[in-house]
Design a protein around this ligand. Sequence first.
Ligand code: FES
Length: 113
Amino acid sequence: MSGEHTAYGTPVRVCRLDELPEVGAAAADIDGRIVSLVRTADGAVHCIDDTCTHANVSLAEGELDGCTLECWLHGSRFDLLTGEPSGPPATVPVAVHHVTIDGDDVYVALKEH
Ligand code: FES
């Protein structure tokens, strides 16, 4: 059986690129799902689920550290590429969604479970 690949939904336009922080995170609502859109220092835009997997905390309110977003409450850092937490107390990864930039527009395809 294959089925190892990750499935994504239809890309949805979320905002303009210049509506994101130059470097940092902003929360967005995509069809009722709250995500963090994160622009890193190298200009790349990433999108992960906004809610920490340890407790109900918005990761967009945390600190960007390289290619990780740190939960402000207990300090687990979530990798923007894999969603994996760096260490406890969070142990479960957040979903990583697929971002495309088309001109000035940011599109996100939500990861399907
Ligand atoms: S709420 Fe995020 S690490 Fe505890």
